[in-house]
Design a protein around this ligand. Sequence first.
Ligand code: NAP
Length: 470
Amino acid sequence: MEKAQIGVVGMEVMGKNLALNIEDKGYKVAVFNRTGSKTERFIENEASGKNFIPSYKIEDFVNSLETPRKVWLMVKAGFGTDAMIGQISPYLSEGDIMIDGGNSHFKDTERREEELKKGGILYAGSGVSGGEEGARYGPCLMPGGASAAYDQLETIFKKVAAVADDGTVCVFYIGERGAGHFVKTTHNGIEYAIMESISEVYNVLKNALKMSPEEMRGVMAEWEDEKLGGYLMEITVDGLGIIDPDTGNPLIDLILDKAGQKGTGKWTSQSAADLGEPVPTIDAALSARFMSAKKEERVKASKLVHGPSETYDEDKDIIIKSLRDALYGSMIVSYAQGLALLRAASIEYDYKLDLKEIANIWKGGCIIRSKLLFPIVEAFERNPDLINLIFDPEFSKVIGDWGMQTNWRLAVKTALDLGIPVPALQASLTYVDSYRSAFLPANMIQLQRDIFGAHGFKRLDKEGDFHIPK
Ligand code: NAP
């Protein structure tokens, strides 16, 4: 029997759709899943009549592949990925390639690559973004790991990846070792920050302005047409229009306000802390998810501690305009923090990341694709060594625009006055205020540290290390 050119392991949402996408591009694809019934269902349904080789034993799966073999894992990150690698790798030979497209922690990826290298297996830890639809019709691919693996995978990757509105094929070799997964994790951190920023705006529109989902939909659809457009805004606008068939009510009003998470946002914050890089909007978005999970405690506390009335009685149009500017600012800052984190990681881990190319492939296929990424790419074209988006002349003009800043502050102030939490919108604004502060009160911290712990301090007027006079 003719062998398959590539194999996909994991017949859940991502693996199934990716396998169908690869097959659409003219490849024969081998498929395997730990639970064989899922492979069987896939072959009988979505894959029926298509060019697939199903296997129910790992040995058969590996033998169904052309050499050098290309095995693309799309399984649960962590233990699931280690388990599959442990079971498949004994059947692989020197020169075979293993791709991990799951949301793996970059340090796990580096460990796995080192282990597989001993047997001559090329390991490509690769981020995949775009969810179910992306996997099926074109994800953004962030491949990392062995460059020799990428050389052999480039043709397939380019056929499978999304194509952005300007024709950019959304795949680029990110860098060695865990670089691909580091970038994917950071992508998800930015995703958390933008999602939280949008949700906070929704909360103010709902609770302060008492707008219905349909009214909000109209407002956000206008923003979506402007500079704020992107996939996350698009699904927000669409989502606000979904009606629950059982009750006839807007679905959003029936969804429990507890957000889930699978860990990539947490890893972004943890990595940023390891690198000493401030990402307060991402941190705020993460904490907001933790806070949302405390539903029962929040309900109890809401009866104990009262705040101001949440209703806003003044000019609604001004607040709507202010919220738009606050959201726009917070989106810019979310990308700025994520990209600054990538820059810090690139230096620390010697990943040699090309931030322009990373922003470029994020323009299509992935969850954070947006209109904003186009000027972000231009900013890195103007200056490939840009330390922070805020230093780009175009972005500093936007952020520094007095009207925009005044509106952003008004949106945050109004929410604070009404007792409506806006941690991400506020963290983004504070990030800008801190970043543009030539002076921060860290002199006081240093004084306190020296008083209680003799940690010492530097002085503005003299060179050297000093302690408080005894
Ligand atoms: P998932 O629910 O994350 O994982 C399910 C798959 O993992 C199944 O094939 C399952 O096999 C396998 N698996 C779990 N534990 C295993 C173990 N101990 N040994 C062997 N196989 C095991 O599925 P998914 O949502 O399709 O995601 C796949 C990967 O892509 C994950 O790493 C995920 O983080 C990443 N990802 C997901 C999305 C998304 O939108 N869903 C987007 C980007 C990336 P069984 O059927 O036998 O249980």
